[in-house]
Design a protein around this ligand. Structure first.
Ligand SMILES: Cc1cc2nc3c(=O)[nH]c(=O)nc-3n(C[C@H](O)[C@H](O)[C@H](O)COP(=O)(O)OP(=O)(O)OC[C@H]3O[C@@H](n4cnc5c(N)ncnc54)[C@H](O)[C@@H]3O)c2cc1C
Length: 621
């Protein structure tokens, strides 16, 4: 019995979003997994916003689903509100956002973990890694128990040597009410890893019964529901609204008067915080001319009175927080259940990691999630899935899965992490991708299901459904490209409702390219669309592909051109110091990151096109 001998294939350290995907994927593929976490009652906890998705992040969730991960189905099963953001904008920036029931989400994920064969749970703190001859052989917990494994995946989140700050008070903790992970950072340093600090923060939670919604603007969910998972079981659940309020002159005054009590402004926190999720004191100082900021009041779930105050993250003292909260319209009598806080934690800059998420220094050691310098549940989960797949591939001697930038946001995220020195928490943004029109949430299945199937995480049922959907899309585009409507009075009376008119016969695909025409209008002109009974997933995709045909083709050419540089492989043992006509700084960067291809080298910050030309000539020789 491997369990009695403490012998496993893979050890996953951490029960957060990265850890869950890593453990589930490795175990589903057949590995015996030890799943360790500091507090097993907090598996898949959302310590910040109780929400999954939003711009770029929603695409990551769909990519996880297409590859055979679980975050999408968990978010679909436990939402309290679903909303498409940017619905009036182009498809590249449309994004689904699920407000989640925090407790239900955790319960759902725990159920999957417990019902997956081969996952063994252990509440403990891993304090040391065991490495022999550059290869991982196991890990040791705080009680001195040693567990052996051929692969270890570190997903330690904000807990690694974590320290919480509330005003000028600070104490060691990973998250509010949870121990920090002490010891592992030293073990990593002893193995030669560079360990650095980052910081993040979260707002306070208030009691719903002390809030006056009548002074706020209601933010309901969508009536027409959309879901993350490409699987068909889509639960229809009760939706609850969020509310919008805003900071007032009084809020800004309180914050400015108390900046001397901020650990950030007093220099007590050294780690850099997330630029795209600044604290409210940061917003007020940095955007001093802005008299007010939006604050969203979001439910933490159906079975709780706890409300999350989005946009109000702070590390000011608890008594100041009370005054700040009570200066917001509708929250004049609010009772704070949990204070806001900042947390500083250790991460391992991912330039020490390769595209498979295996570290370069220690074979069999993988890192995923916040430990790689990212921020966000979706970023963490996506990396966890990749690390779980590759840990399994590593122990079986199979080829590692490495995703290109043009394949996915996950590929872009990993490429950014391993080729750029990340000095602040990295969040996925649509602007990080040069292929964002191609990398949409709606076509994640088209881009990645084949890979998920080949890996072994996508089953035959999901795969066949995907194949059928792809052929329906193709066929429908062919039909619309071949079918003409005549310029009859009936046709023009329908078109007139949408401000359109035709003088001569036109193919339906051409008509659909017009800005005011949607697939629903096409259905009114071509009754045979009813016979074909296509689902909305199919018709939405048909509409996007036809409407944006020109842009998509241009992006395909761009991808094709970029892939040429990907073909120039750089030998692992190349001696950069011996290359002439490249600056010393560039040589040092290349030697540190050791890109595998010329394309990767070209994306390293500071590497110039002229350097790439020198390398190309050298590789040619
Ligand atoms: C205060 C706070 C504010 C945040 N603010 C934001 C935000 O504004 N925007 C945003 O996108 N994200 C935010 N997040 C981050 C978000 O929670 C994380 O990005 C996400 O949860 C990371 O997932 P993960 O799996 O990497 O780590 P986590 O979800 O943090 O999970 C890590 C797990 O590892 C366990 N663990 C750690 N070390 C050990 C060990 N040695 N042995 C055993 N178990 C261990 C921990 O107990 C925990 O269960 C915030 C998090 C916190 C705590």
């Amino acid at each position: 019995m491997g369990y009695l001998e403490n012998k496993f294939d893979v050890i996953v350290v951490g029960g957060g979003h990265a850890g869950c995907e890593a453990a589930i994927s490795a175990a589903r593929l057949g590995a015996k997994v030890l799943f360790c976490s500091l507090n097993l009652d907090n598996i898949a906890l959302m310590p910040c916003n109780p929400a999954i998705g939003g711009p770029a992040k929603s695409t990551l969730v769909r990519e996880i689903d297409a590859l055979g991960g679980v975050m999408g189905e968990a978010a679909d099963a436990t939402y309290v509100q679903m909303k498409i953001l940017n619905s009036s904008k182009g498809p590249a920036v449309r994004a689904l956002r699920a407000q989640s029931d925090k407790k239900e989400y955790m319960r759902y994920m725990r159920n999957i973990i417990e019902s997956t064969d081969n996952i063994y749970l252990k509440q403990c703190c891993i304090t040391e890694l065991v490495v022999k001859d550059g290869e991982i052989t196991g890990a040791i917990d705080e009680y001195g128990n040693e567990y052996s494994a051929r692969a270890v995946i570190l997903t330690t989140g904000t807990s690694l040597d974590g320290r919480i700050f509330i005003g000028l008070k600070s104490y060691r903790a990973g998250r509010l009410g949870e121990m920090p992970a002490i010891g592992l950072s030293d073990s990593l340093r002893n193995l030669g890893f560079t360990v650095k600090k980052l910081k993040t923060g979260t707002p306070c939670r208030v009691d719903k019964r002390t809030v006056d919604y009548s002074k706020m603007t209601i933010q309901p969910g969508d009536e027409k529901l959309h879901f993350y998972s490409f699987k068909p079981n889509r639960p229809i659940r009760e939706q609850v609204p969020c509310y919008l309020t805003r900071t007032t002159e009084e809020t800004h005054k309180i914050i400015k008067e108390n900046l001397d009590k901020s650990p950030m402004y007093q220099g007590l926190i050294h780690g850099v915080g997330p630029r795209y999720c600044p604290s409210i004191e940061d917003k007020i100082v940095r955007f001093a001319s802005n008299p007010s900021h939006h604050i969203f009041i979001e439910p933490e779930g159906l079975g709780t009175y706890e409300l999350y105050i989005q946009g109000f993250s702070t590390s000011l003292p608890a008594d100041v927080q009370v005054k700040m909260v009570r200066s917001l319209p509708g929250l004049e009598n609010a009772h704070i259940i949990k204070p806001a806080y900042a947390v500083e934690y250790d991460y391992i800059p991912a330039v020490q990691t390769s595209h498979s998420l295996m570290t370069k220094k220690v074979k069999g050691l993988f890192c995923a999630g916040q430990i790689n310098g990212t921020s966000g549940y979706e970023e963490a989960a996506a990396q966890g899935l990749l690390a779980g797949i590759n840990a399994f591939n590593y122990i079986n001697g199979s080829e590692m899965v490495e995703l290109s930038r043009s394949s996915s946001y996950l590929g872009t995220l990993v490429d950014d992490l391993v080729t750029k020195d990340i000095e602040e928490p990295y969040r996925m943004l649509t602007s990080r991708s040069e292929y964002r029109l191609h990398l949409r949430q709606d076509n994640a299945d088209a881009r990645l299901t084949e890979i998920g199937y080949k890996v072994g995480l996508v089953d035959d049922i999901q795969y066949n459904r995907y194949r059928a959907k792809m052929s329906e899309i193709k066929r429908e585009i062919e039909i619309l490209s071949a079918t003409k409507v005549s310029a009859t009075s009936e046709v023009n009376s329908v078109l007139a409702q949408y401000g359109e008119h035709i003088d001569r016969g036109i193919r339906l695909a051409e008509l659909l390219k017009r800005p005011n025409i949607t697939y629903d209008v096409i259905k009114k002109l071509d009754y045979e669309t009813d016979i074909r009974q296509l689902t909305e997933d199919v018709t939405d995709e048909v509409e996007v592909q036809i409407k944006y045909d020109g842009y998509l083709k241009r992006q395909e050419i761009q991808i094709e051109q970029a892939s040429k540089l990907e073909k120039y492989r750089i030998p692992d043992d190349i001696d950069y110091s011996a290359i002439q006509h490249i600056s010393t700084e560039t040589k040092e960067k290349l030697a540190k990151i050791r890109p595998k291809t010329l394309a990767q080298a070209s994306r390293i910050g500071g590497v110039k096109p002229a350097d790439i030309s020198v390398l190309m000539v050298m590789l040619g020789k």
